[in-house]
Design a protein around this ligand. Structure first.
Ligand code: COA
Length: 249
């Protein structure tokens, strides 16, 4: 369900669960995290490109899994092995440049993971959204820290509190992505970014990326703090009702 391919120094990770709008399961998070770590082991890979198969990037965490977690009374293992966090921490620690290729739905963690990518290319049909509050939940993925810093408090509140859907043009205006193009041109546009990065001197690129992210420790810490609150809120009646409601539609 995560398709992997490599070409000319670019590893492409494609989220492929199209019947569920590419919603992520535990196994998919872990596979993405593993591939991100594997990509950094050798010298040959220069860039990681993350995309969704079909018409959507990713509809977020599998809500059935969240409902099961809500009903089971909480995490069975420790926080560091919770699959969404394994992926998020791997993204923060990734030394290779990350390019995201986004079309259709990019919801929940399908949106917040974009905040950890270096370049984001969106199709003009994109719908970026974080319905955390509507689901009785809170921001995750470090977004409570990263989003206000990136787009300002007012825009961040519109996204994280109101849960407003954000179009490609709006995302571009707010600095959430680098370019917006027709869906048919998306892969070509992203490939141009990826190959341009892959052609750069690898050492200088990695050092520059690290310099642009001086607060990695703070981001890791915030991801964990958000997750504790998020998992606690999953046990609330607000969350249980909202999650059940999604599957009653
Ligand atoms: N988890 C589990 N299943 C999901 C899912 C998710 N996050 N998102 C979509 N699906 C499933 C639907 O249950 C449906 O399954 P079914 O065919 O077995 O009934 C299928 O994917 C198609 O979804 P549907 O809602 O019918 O498609 P749509 O085109 O009308 O809407 C979305 C697409 C992405 C806007 C909508 O599915 C949605 O809002 N998903 C939830 C997003 C979300 O809240 N994510 C978590 C944030 S924390």
């Amino acid at each position: 369900m995560i398709n992997t391919s490599t070409e000319n120094g670019v590893m492409t990770l494609s989220i492929d669960r199209q019947d569920k709008k590419n919603a992520l399961t535990a196994a998919m998070y872990l596979e993405l995290a593993t591939q991100i770590k594997v990509a950094q082991e050798g010298e040959s890979l220069r860039v990681i490109l993350i995309r969704g198969e079909g018409d959507n990037f990713c509809a977020g965490n599998d809500l059935m899994d969240f409902l099961a977690l809500a009903q089971s009374g909480g995490l069975s293992g420790d926080l560091s092995s919770f699959p969404p966090l394994v992926l998020l921490h791997a993204l923060v620690d990734c030394k290779l440049p990350l390019v995201a290729v986004v079309q259709g739905a990019a919801i929940g963690i399908g949106f917040t993971m974009l905040l950890h990518c270096d370049l984001v290319v969106c199709a003009d049909n994109v719908r970026l959204q974080t319905p955390f509050v509507d689901l009785g939940l809170v921001a995750e993925g470090g977004s409570s820290l990263l989003l206000p810093a990136r787009v300002g408090r007012a825009n961040a509140a519109e996204i994280l509190l109101l849960g407003a859907p954000i179009s490609g043009d709006r995302a571009l205006q707010m600095g959430l992505c680098n370019s917006v193009c027709a869906a048919a041109e998306l892969d070509t546009t992203a490939a141009m970014y990826a190959s341009a990065l892959a052609a750069k001197p690898a050492g200088a690129l990695a050092a520059s990326k690290a310099l642009m992210q001086p607060s990695a420790e703070e981001i890791h810490k915030r991801i964990d703090e958000e997750a504790l609150e998020f998992i606690q809120r999953l046990q609330s009646d607000e969350a249980k009702q909202a999650l059940s409601q999604f599957f009653k539609r």
